[in-house]
Design a protein around this ligand. Structure first.
Ligand code: PEP
Length: 251
């Protein structure tokens, strides 16, 4: 059966020392608790190797927030999936709306990144979601369907089973505006139906689908109570132990 997951996305926050401090503090709290979900932190690249050495990966998983769409070579400033893997990270967040919007990541590029990540045994946390104008036009299902089909549905069933999905309505990211529990459930059920149509019911039942977008301790329990919401991808509220653990404990 699918895993329940709470994953933090630190984005471009915390210098190296601050990041190590937060990771170590989280690891310490988690080592004293029996939580019902897998907890993951997505740090900037520069933190990965140092954090990896200091945490117990059975208690706290480690993710990068991106990887390159090339294997290696003359791509100044890029970080390959192999490099990410060599730090000890096990996951990589791909297709975040900030990367799609600010860095022009296309479905085709993301398809390549997913392939390269899987080739390195990194588990993608793949983000999808509509912008406000698309929701207002009633196009959210069409948008999410095309994001999934374009970047993921060429995968074999075995490869697809390694994908963690994160539905993140873009209008809810960092805005304080959370999707209602009903809106989240409706979209998650739709996504699970798409997976069932392509890969069958077992693949759909086994796929963890996280919700992301202004999720915090005060609204997490209501969101996570939905049958198709398997946890959260958390931005702002992943930056302190107290806020993040409030969400982990709600799962
Ligand atoms: C995110 O960046 O994936 C996110 C969900 O951010 P926030 O929780 O801050 O809305």
């Amino acid at each position: 059966m699918r895993k329940k997951i709470v994953a933090g996305n630190w984005k471009m926050n915390k210098n190296l020392q601050e990041g190590i401090q937060l990771a170590v503090a989280l690891n310490e709290v988690l080592s004293k608790e029996n939580n019902s979900c897998r907890v993951i932190i997505g740090t900037p690249f520069i933190h990965l190797a140092s954090v990896s050495e200091r945490i117990d990966k059975k208690k706290l998983g480690l993710a990068a927030q991106n990887c390159a769409d090339h294997v290696s070579g003359a791509y100044t400033g890029e970080v390959s999936a192999e490099m990410v893997k060599s730090t000890g990270a096990e996951y990589v967040i791909l297709g975040h709306s900030e990367r799609r919007t600010y860095y022009g990541e296309t479905p085709e590029m993301l398809k390549t990144k997913v392939r390269l990540a899987l080739d390195q045994q990194l588990q993608p946390i793949f983000c999808i979601g509509e912008v406000l104008s698309e929701r207002e036009a009633g196009k959210q299902f069409e948008v999410v369907r095309s994001q999934i089909e374009a970047s993921l549905f060429d995968l074999s069933e075995a490869d697809f089973s390694k994908i963690i999905l994160a539905y993140e309505p873009v209008w809810a990211i960092g805005t304080g505006k959370t999707a209602t529990a009903a809106q989240a459930q409706e979209m998650h059920a739709f996504i699970r139906g798409l997976i069932a149509g392509k890969y069958g019911k077992k693949a759909a039942d086994d796929c963890s689908i996280l919700y992301g977008g202004s999720c915090k301790a005060s609204n997490a329990a209501e969101l996570f109570a939905n049958p198709d919401v398997d946890g959260g991808l958390i931005g702002g509220a992943s930056l302190t132990v107290e806020d993040f653990m409030g969400i982990v404990r709600a799962r």
